[in-house]
Design a protein around this ligand. Structure first.
Ligand SMILES: C[S@@+](CC[C@H](N)C(=O)[O-])C[C@H]1O[C@@H](n2cnc3c(N)ncnc32)[C@H](O)[C@@H]1O
Length: 246
């Protein structure tokens, strides 16, 4: 009981800090302008746009979409072939900006915004042609939920459809004033090897299009404190083949 309570308090604490960080970021930095990670869409996602454009009325899901850094370019690319992008995020600040930006970039009709926790969002089997989740899956409450969400993503993808994931692993946070190592504010902080093994197991029988592990470092603010965030970001892009059993 005590353990469950500690785990719950930990998740509440992480969610509060992550909300503060993202609310500030989405308010301060503009999409597609220099100065933050909102500057450009993720290359692995952009590279898949020609594939999605070939599909008639493609259905795309963006889990933890934020303000639309990746979904807006996708929406622009599939607007003329009747496509739809469903964007899921749990923060009002993200979804409000997503709607504003989708008006600015003239894709309001293509984007559907859903306020939900990724861990509770239900994906119907064979519903989507393309599912992306960039730096968001590691924020579901537990490792079990993490696996279940990815299994649902796999089952929710049509044959020949694609899943594109970027997941942070081995995340460390260091107080830049004191050099002290802090608790990383990541609900599911797996070792890179364990993460890759899980992904390979869930997506067995899919065609692997890209696996890449990048060491990245950012300076972020946690409250007033400057904090160095170190991560090994795993990019994993897979295509569902006819022989996939999920
Ligand atoms: C680092 S941002 C990345 C946003 C976007 N994927 C991108 O690449 O620009 C992570 C986003 O995931 C959202 N998020 C985190 N945990 C979530 C959860 N459990 N359910 C839904 N959204 C979540 C956050 O609110 C935030 O907008």
């Amino acid at each position: 009981m005590e353990k469950a309570l500690i785990a719950l308090n930990r998740v509440e604490h992480i969610r509060k800090e992550e909300k503060n960080y993202h609310d500030h970021c989405y308010d301060q930095y503009e999409l597609f302008k220099e100065g933050s990670w909102l500057h450009k869409p993720v290359k692995a996602v952009l590279d898949l746009i020609p594939f999605i454009q070939k599909i008639d009325q493609p259905k795309v899901l963006d889990l933890g979409s934020g303000v639309g850094r990746n979904s807006i370019p996708i929406a622009q690319a599939i607007k003329d072939n009747g496509g739809q992008v469903v964007c899921v995020d749990l923060l009002d600040s993200a979804l409000e900006k997503l709607i504003d930006y989708s008006e600015t970039y003239q894709v309001r009709d293509v984007i559907e915004s859903v306020k939900a926790d990724i861990g509770d969002y239900q994906i119907k089997p064979n519903e989507f042609d393309f599912i992306i989740a960039v730096s968001s899956l590691e924020h579901v409450v537990t490792e079990e939920k993490f696996e279940r969400v990815i299994q649902q993503m796999a089952a929710g993808t049509k044959v020949n459809g694609i899943n594109g994931l970027v997941v942070n692993s081995e995340v460390e946070e260091i107080d830049l004033d004191t050099n002290e190592s802090l608790n990383a504010l990541m609900e599911v902080n797996l070792s890179t090897e364990k993460l890759l093994n899980k992904l390979r197991a869930i997506y067995r029988n899919w065609d692997i299009l890209q696996t890449e592990v990048k060491r990245l470092e950012y300076t972020i603010n946690r409250g007033e404190k400057p904090v160095l965030l170190k991560t090994k970001a795993v990019t994993f892009v897979v295509k569902k083949s006819g022989r996939s059993d999920n």
